[in-house]
Design a protein around this ligand. Structure first.
Ligand code: G6P
Ligand code: MN
Length: 441
């Protein structure tokens, strides 16, 4: 049985993940669940509700919520991290400041993602260090954002640490592919993919018998993007209107290279003008999330505690987060599961920087991930990835050296930014509001 600590215990994703973990106890048995956060008040609301749910249904599982790193990180097998340094208030600024200059405002892409990266590095670094101090044999499963910059920073700052960076976006898109193809489970298809985090392409999708499913997928994506009926019907994590728009837009980014199927995040780099045109600079994604998910989950948690009862429908089980259990199970039980992870390239993509952190399929065993060979990628993708990887590396340089110049270069090099002048204006505004979080430049 495993002991896990959820770092970012006060996140509104936490209850959905707890319900999901409890639903998968048969394959991933737990003896202890701990929450860790640096915001006691926020965590308490979520933790009190989760504690009630755990105790009523699985009294054998020990529970603890704490802001003390030693208590949190002692005796754990897995750290599951989804922290958000600066919370949604800072996400709002990450999105609104670039928008002021007509540039894409997004939490992980472009200048907003760069600003968030500058905040996140220290936060994740602290988690790695606590884990190494108090539970040196544990694994840190990180899905804190921006995962690309965090992964590059940890590669350089903590090259031997047991941290694995993973993203759910390709998983969500693959779930839509299943629906398009009429399959049930992710394990019914085998996919090949390469890229960076929030920046990649599928180039092969087959069923278990080896039949090529790309033609059918392409035909669908050409017309509808990845939008499927269950997105329209349901309120699953990536099922609100803004996500439906994103899924639909995949048809316009698909057209530029009909040999591959794109990650939806490429819309920010390939269609920045359209994205900006369709974003309200005064009401961005952060506002939407603060006005919906944040309010709903906190209200539900407060009610559960007040009534001292969990009916089961107040919070929704985040089944789409079961990839976290897939990953933990692979590490714990040596399953060699095939998963997309963000790992050092090291020749896996032959014609690409060996030191880049790339997102590719890996076989995961108790020894960690074993990336699968990709080979040579086409010039279009290679060119885009080279530019983007340079942005990510410059951000980490800037963080490590406290370099204003490097951060300016990073922003200017982002495909979302039109000029060095605009880059500087955005940088100066972002620096102004991030003084409490960024190293001094
Ligand atoms: C996807 C990405 C995550 C990102 C999330 C944002 O799941 O993989 O990295 O955090 O979308 O979703 P939101 O609903 O908060 O805009
Ligand atoms: Mn992601």
């Amino acid at each position: 049985k495993s002991s896990v600590v959820i770092a970012g215990g006060g996140s509104t994703y936490t209850p959905g993940i707890i319900l999901m973990l409890l639903d998968h106890l048969d394959r991933f048995p737990l003896r202890k669940i701990k929450f860790y956060d640096n915001d006691e008040e926020r965590q308490k609301v979520i933790a009190d509700a989760c504690e009630l749910i755990i105790h009523k249904n699985h009294p054998e599982i020990e529970f603890l919520a704490t802001c003390n790193p030693e208590e949190a990180f002692t005796d754990v097998d897995f750290v599951m991290a989804h922290i958000r340094v600066g919370k949604y208030k800072m996400r709002e600024l990450d999105e609104k400041i670039p928008m002021k200059y007509g540039v894409v405002g997004q939490e992980t892409c472009g200048p907003g993602g760069i600003a968030y990266g500058m905040r996140s590095i220290q936060g994740v670094l602290d988690l790695v260090d606590y884990m190494e101090k108090y539970s040196p044999n544990a694994w840190l499963l990180n899905y804190s954002n921006p995962a690309a910059i965090v992964a590059e920073a940890m590669r350089r700052l903590r090259p031997h640490s047991k941290i694995l960076n993973i993203c759910d976006m390709p998983i969500s898109i693959e779930n839509n592919m299943l629906e398009i193809l009429g399959f049930e489970k992710r394990s019914d298809i085998v996919t090949k993919y390469y890229g960076l985090n929030h920046f990649g392409w599928w180039y092969d999708v087959r069923d278990k018998e080896g039949n090529d499913l790309m033609p059918k997928l392409k035909e669908y994506v050409k017309e509808n993007g990845y939008l499927v009926q269950s997105d329209i019907d349901s309120a699953k994590q990536h099922g609100d209107n803004s996500w439906n728009e994103t899924y639909k837009m995949a048809k316009d980014i698909y057209a530029i290279d009909p040999d591959t199927l794109p990650n939806t995040y490429l819309k920010y780099y390939l269609l920045p003008d359209t994205v900006v045109e369709h974003t309200d600079p005064n009401y961005t994604r952060a506002n939407q999330v603060m006005d919906t998910r944040e309010k709903e989950v906190f209200t539900a948690c407060r009610q559960i505690v007040e009534k001292n009862e969990f009916r089961g429908d107040e919070l929704s089980l985040d089944e789409h987060a079961s990839y976290i259990v897939d990953l933990a199970t692979a590490l714990k039980f040596n399953t060699y599961a095939r998963m997309l992870l963000i790992v050092e390239n090291n020749g896996i993509i032959e014609n690409f920087d060996k030191t880049a952190m790339v997102e590719v399929p890996c076989l995961v065993s108790s020894a960690g991930p074993e990336p699968l060979f990709v080979g040579t990628i086409p010039t279009f993708q290679k060119g885009m990835m080279e530019e983007q990887v340079a942005v990510e590396k410059l951000v980490v340089d800037a963080w490590m050296e406290g370099s204003y110049q490097k951060l300016w270069q990073a922003i200017a090099l982002s495909k979302t930014v039109p000029s060095v002048t605009v880059a500087k204006q955005i940088l100066d505004d972002l620096y102004e509001v991030n003084k409490a979080y960024w190293p001094e430049l």
